[in-house]
Write a protein that binds this ligand. Structure first.
Ligand code: S6P
Ligand code: ZN
Length: 186
């Protein structure tokens, strides 16, 4: 017997298609993510209502040896000069790693180890990024279009958002004179 696959994946757009019960979709508006931006002054309701990013992930059991697969769509924009970004996280099981593949758009992948040493990789169509275990990761959209990134990671990895919420990344990126500019944090 030949079965159909559980889902299809459009490599141009990142769209995952399958049974609704098997695809997890989540989105975050700026009001959901505001706490991670450096300067939150003077934002109007229209800005707070804007989509910051959304994700689609194929649902799988979170077991050792499993793999998760999904797309992140990071919208373009700035909050008082700071580029739109994802929350960023370490994996809860610290040695779990991940691949990112950029489908569309342009941005930066900010990486940070436990000693708060940071580095960035340029994200552009077809760029492939390996994120080793115990390295925090965050996408930043420096372009005017949606940054679309496919991700594949260990399904039992989990997300440690708390460490980033408490300590932040040791670098932020601002649009200064039209260019992405790193500003180191304490
Ligand atoms: C999961 C993977 C991505 C992110 C997504 C949103 O390990 O790194 O799917 O979950 O890019 O970012 P965040 O930091 O809000 O989870
Ligand atoms: Zn991750």
């Amino acid at each position: 017997m030949i079965n159909l696959s559980r889902a299809t994946y459009d490599i141009q757009s990142g769209t995952l298609t399958g049974k609704d019960s098997e695809i997890v979709r989540a989105q975050r508006t700026i009001s959901n993510t505001l706490g991670m931006y450096a300067n939150r002054e003077g934002l109007d309701q229209a800005t707070l209502d804007r989509l910051n990013y959304r994700v689609e992930v194929l649902k799988v059991d979170e077991v050792e040896g499993g793999l998760q697969f999904g797309t992140s769509y990071l919208y373009p924009g700035t909050i008082n000069g700071e580029y739109f970004m994802t929350k960023g996280h370490y994996h809860a099981i610290t040695n779990r790693s991940e691949f990112y593949l950029c489908l569309k758009g342009e941005g930066l992948l900010v990486l940070m180890d436990r000693d708060r040493r940071w580095w960035t990789e340029k994200v552009m169509p077809n760029s492939l990024h390996y994120i080793p275990g115990d390295v925090a990761h965050r996408l930043i959209n420096t372009s005017d279009e949606i940054l679309t990134v496919l991700a594949c990671w260990n399904s039992d990895a989990g997300h440690d958002y708390a460490s980033i919420e408490e300590e932040g990344f040791s670098v932020r990126y601002f649009k200064i004179d039209g260019k992405p500019t790193p500003v180191e944090q304490g």
